[in-house]
Design a protein. Structure first.
Length: 309
């Protein structure tokens, strides 16, 4: 189907240049270019001088697609949906304020350091930045992007920022072995957490966990989250010798196990006592939220003590 030209637009329709369109849609100009050229998310008409002119319908479409990518949808899976389908999908896929962190890793060295230390484990591991750039459409949004490079140089700064924007990923942690301080400082200025080797797995896992405060688990409303630790893992932690004088891993694991039991109990009560269904549903939701927060605290203690369960 032939795209309309600027002269085909209805009289009085507001048209905007790419910079303005990107700003209104909440995107960087580079992200807009990639989405348009690689995935065809919009096809704005061109003026006689060759400038692309975006309408408010284009802006609406771009906003919906950005919202879906933030919720974890890969850009390639939503790029060609119409606005109605995008709106319908978006209504049931709000940003996961209380869900577990989705972590993507660039570099197998970082992946090895994090092995067994994160729950859930990293969703994807890329060989290097070039591999991540090629797979950005498949990867989907991330809460944390962890990057390990042997050598950090100036040209890499734009690569890292572009990858962060294109996924997108609000939190980026970069570890490098060698390189000048200037590109490291440039990345820090954009909000990237930068560390120079040596960085062990415990410290790297701590940085990932610290990128999302515990309080975020209850942001907006109380929501039920999947369990982080199995019964067997909780038993292991309760029986594992601790290097902390107050035996935090054991005590926290015991509390989490009790909360898990009460979650099940409140569900069974709601099924047996129809008069108090709403009350027991509320108790289940509150208990689940408390368990989620304490599991996050337990995860930090596990990382601090270097335990693997």
């Amino acid at each position: 189907m032939t795209q309309p030209t600027a002269r085909d637009e209805p009289e009085g329709k507001t048209l905007m240049r790419s910079g303005t369109a990107a700003r209104l849609a909440g995107l960087s100009p580079s992200t807009l270019r990639i989405w348009e050229h690689r995935y065809g998310v919009v096809a704005p008409p061109k003026s006689t001088s060759g400038q692309r002119n975006y309408s408010m319908k284009d802006i609406e479409r771009l906003r919906l697609i950005k919202r879906l990518t933030l919720a974890g949808h890969a850009i390639g899976t939503v790029a060609h949906l119409d606005v109605d389908a995008l709106a319908l999908l978006s209504s049931g896929n709000q940003v996961r304020s209380a869900a577990a962190q989705r972590v993507l890793v660039v570099g197998h060295a970082a992946a090895l350091k994090l092995a067994g230390r994160l729950r859930p484990a990293p969703a994807l591991v890329f060989d290097d930045l070039a591999h991540a750039e090629r797979e950005v459409g498949r990867a989907g949004a991330a809460d944390v992007l962890v990057i390990h490079v042997a050598s950090l140089h100036t040209s890499m700064t734009e690569q890292v920022i572009a990858l962060r924007n294109n996924l997108p990923a609000p939190n980026v942690i970069l570890v490098y072995s060698f390189g000048a301080e200037a590109p490291a400082e440039a990345l820090r200025a954009t909000g990237v957490t930068v560390r120079r080797e040596p960085v062990d797995g415990k410290e790297l896992a701590r940085l990932v966990l610290a990128s999302r405060p515990v309080e975020a688990a209850l942001a907006g409303s109380i929501q039920t989250q999947p369990r982080r630790y199995s019964d067997a893992e909780l038993i292991t932690l309760t029986e594992m010798p601790s290097m902390v004088a107050c035996e935090c891993p054991r005590h926290l694991a015991e509390i989490v196990a009790l909360l898990v039991s009460f979650e099940l109990y409140s569900t069974e009560c709601a099924a047996r006592n129809q008069n108090d269904v709403a009350l027991h549903r509320h108790l289940h939701e509150v208990t689940s939220a408390a368990r989620t927060m304490l599991e996050q605290a337990l995860a930090r203690v596990v990382i601090e003590e270097g335990l693997v369960v």
